[in-house]
Design a binder for this molecule. Structure first.
Ligand code: ATP
Ligand code: MG
Length: 595
């Protein structure tokens, strides 16, 4: 039998995989027990051996829409759990009473599911909310007070800040640091009971005010906040700090590997300090979870700060959270990104310990690689001008005669059948496919030149008509008889140009939204300018196009490769099949940014 680890050895290894593999090999967590739900030491101890070989978690704060950076974290946490016979929890980190909104909870669940992951494992849901652990957190705080490891500090916030010291200066002990256990306990209960106003006191760990790591200088554990919480209502007026809450959440959920971004590296000593103390006190089991940090995703040409994304939406620079230019998961989805392409992207970028920027083209490359074998092909003319075949009636017997043509749905998969469309006297072609005086190397339409209309006939260009402004109103050509694609002798006439087209008789008028990168510079907001000044003014161009009739049935969210143009998706919000076709450009056929 191959272990899940061996089975996935095809995937690129990285330091987090190595850590997990080492722990599995050494059986670090093999004796843990699991009661079937989160709980303290006694609760878990009554359960059987934990069936999950590892437990990871994705812990979003429900205070905004998820973005591509979160997608990396989701793929990492859920992906590693899947690969190593583990379970990944979706945990809403809702310990901050004021910021969270229930609206975001649903969008986060949708995003995780859409990306192809599930917090249900063998019929058990592993969807948790940190606020369900408030009772335990309070108990842990009283335990620390009782053990002489925490105290209620009533210095003013200004003094507290000043007395913390800085990198070059050790901190100064608070005058409240020497309070007795009983006094601390009494005062903490008064905090809990609402007898003190916001900001009047905090509970702090008693560690070391001279520690070189400022996070170890008696960090705050609880603060007073007279605020209603969406889950616990007005039960609490004190709330745990993130640094206190997070390790406890991990421990109660039997998490083995707690992955977070690098900015939490300095918090790790406190993470371990806290869990070691709680384990000593018998509140949680050993071995406790461990925190490991990886570099967050920075993607060029977008921003991934929730605050900046919100500003883009609130100030109307984009159409909403799901604007196809947004790096939010809802935006990427509407743009035409697939879950598989984002998983592939996450795999390709891997994880590292060094901060870096990933080029946007890596994301687009993953999408192309995913869509190329899947997307049905279609012809579309995005900047249409009419091509009139003057001798059509003469050759075909009547001007209104239509000649059925076809092309494979997918060039590498004949089983997907063929698309049908009509050749006729009038066709739509790209305006740029005609040149009066062709530059060197131009093989398409110019007077006297022959080109093939792909899957159709060869024509010889005659010329073009212009209006008073000199704008071309129509291009004229003559059919070269006996050149229809797929008929015997069709190749006798050699041509260098092969152009796409859509029949005027059966082409479908469509709105096509040509999206480009949201920002004009690779690292928006990192230089002197405000990020808003670096928005790409050409990130959206809307055109009226003609598309082949096979797209009449296109459903919202269906992806296509428009030959020569790139990948397009029927807009999942506004596209109405047949009535009002709307297609979004996902990405071009190859990386052409800046070229
Ligand atoms: P906030 O500023 O609101 O805390 P956040 O981006 O940290 O924003 P969270 O909801 O706390 O948002 O993040 C959930 C998880 O996603 C965290 O574990 C975090 O480390 C991870 N995450 C967030 N941004 C990125 C990123 N750019 N790359 C990789 N992981 C990320
Ligand atoms: Mg966060």
């Amino acid at each position: 039998m191959t272990s899940p680890a061996e089975k996935d050895s095809a995937k690129p290894s990285h330091f987090l995989r190595q850590i997990i593999e080492r722990d599995l090999e050494q059986g670090t967590y093999s004796q843990r027990r699991w009661a079937g739900h989160p709980g303290d030491a006694d609760t878990q101890q009554k359960g059987p051996l934990d069936p999950a070989r590892i437990r990871t978690r994705f812990p979003p704060e429900p205070n905004g829409y998820l973005h591509v950076g979160h997608a990396k974290s989701i793929c990492l946490n859920f992906g590693l759990a899947r690969d190593y016979g583990g379970i990944c929890h979706l945990r809403f980190d809702d310990t901050n009473p004021e910021k969270e909104e229930v609206e975001y909870v649903e969008s986060i669940k949708d995003a995780v599911r859409w990306l192809g992951f599930d917090w249900d494992a063998k019929g058990t849901s592993h969807l948790y909310q940190a606020s369900d652990y408030f009772d335990f957190m309070y108990r842990a705080a009283e335990y620390l007070i009782g053990a002489g490891l925490a105290y209620v500090d009533e210095q003013t916030p200004e003094l507290m800040r000043a007395n913390r010291g800085d990198f070059s200066r050790p901190g100064v002990d608070s005058p409240f640091r020497k309070r007795s256990v009983d006094e601390n306990l009494q005062r903490f209960r008064e905090m809990r009971d609402g007898q003190l106003p916001d900001g009047a006191a905090v509970l702090r760990a008693k560690i070391d005010m001279a520690s070189p790591n400022i996070n170890m200088r008696d960090p705050a554990l609880y603060r007073i906040k007279h605020a209603e919480h969406h889950n616990t209502g007005d039960k609490w007026c004190i709330y745990p700090m993130y640094t206190f809450a997070h390790p406890i959440e991990d421990a109660l959920e039997n998490i083995t590997h707690s992955f977070c971004t690098l900015e939490f590296e300095d918090q790790r000593p406190f993470y371990d300090w806290l869990l070691d103390r709680l384990a000593e006190g018998g509140l949680i089991n050993k071995p406790h979870p461990r925190q490991y940090e990886f570099a967050r995703l920075n993607l060029t040409y977008v921003v991934t700060s929730k605050r900046k994304l919100k500003q883009l939406v609130d100030e109307g620079h984009v159409g909403g959270w799901d604007d196809p230019r947004m790096p939010t998961i809802v935006g990427l989805r509407r743009r035409g990104y697939t879950p598989e392409s984002l998983q592939l992207f996450a795999e390709r970028i891997g994880v590292s310990k060094a901060d870096s920027w990933i080029d946007y083209s890596v994301l687009e490359g993953a999408l192309r690689d995913d869509l190329d074998p899947k997307a049905a092909r279609a012809m579309a003319v995005l900047d249409p001008v009419k091509l009139v075949i003057e001798n059509w009636g003469e050759v075909m017997g009547a001007d209104d005669k239509l000649d059925p043509c076809s092309a494979p749905v997918h060039p590498h998969d004949a089983s997907r059948g063929r698309r049908q469309f009509m050749f006729g006297r009038e066709l739509w072609i790209e305006r740029t496919d005609y040149e009066e005086t062709p530059p060197k190397g131009f093989f398409r339409l110019f007077p006297g030149n022959k080109v093939r209309l792909k899957y159709g006939h060869v024509v010889e260009c005659v010329g073009a008509d212009r209006d008073a402004n000199g704008t071309i109103t129509q291009v004229r050509a003559k059919l070269v008889p006996d050149t229809k694609s797929g008929t015997p002798g069709a190749d006798a006439v050699k041509v260098k140009g092969n152009i796409t087209w859509v029949g005027v008789a059966d082409g479908l008028k469509a709105e096509v939204r040509l999206y480009d990168r949201l920002f004009a510079v690779p690292q928006p907001g990192t230089g002197e300018k405000d990020f808003l000044e670096e928005i790409n003014p050409d990130s959206l161009k809307v055109v009226t196009a003609y598309v082949e009739p096979s797209l009449r049935e296109a459903k919202g969210d269906e992806k296509f490769q428009f030959e020569r143009h790139g990948y397009f998706v029927a807009d999942r919000v506004e596209h109405r099949p047949g009535e009002r076709p709307v297609f979004n450009r996902v990405t071009g056929l190859k990386d052409s940014w800046g070229k």
